[in-house]
Ligand binder design. Structure first.
Ligand code: ZN
Length: 118
């Protein structure tokens, strides 16, 4: 359940940005390497956010793939693997970037957009 720790840091970012406004929903960019289970993340967030400005807010996850560049043939590609394999030549000697980010991308406020509530 490493989702709890992630949710705590996301909630801290939400609270800083919301500055007391009630939050209806949020979008979080999560690197594929963090291996987040969306259902577990949503449950953990509900738990962590109880009583905060984001109480009852629904987190939406955008899984960000790992970007790789092959050291052998120079191909660039995206992957969801911690040890990506070059799709062009099969080499595992690749330079990996990204895939481990945890970024609060956007917030939906319930007071600002009441039409979006269902
Ligand atoms: Zn290659």
């Amino acid at each position: 359940m490493h989702e709890i720790g992630m949710c705590e840091s996301v909630l801290a970012a939400v609270e800083r940005r919301a500055a007391g406004r009630p939050v209806a929903g949020l979008t979080v960019r999560v690197g594929a390497l963090l291996r987040v289970v969306p259902e577990a993340f949503a449950q953990s967030f509900e738990l962590v956010a109880a009583g905060s400005v984001a109480d009852g807010a629904t987190p939406e996850l955008v899984i960000v793939p790992v970007r790789g560049r092959c050291d052998s043939c120079g191909a660039t590609f995206e992957s969801h693997d911690a040890v990506p394999v070059c799709p062009a030549c099969g080499s595992v000697t690749v330079t990996r970037t990204g895939g481990d980010e945890l970024v609060l991308e956007s917030i939906r406020y319930s007071a600002v957009a009441p039409a979006e509530r269902s």
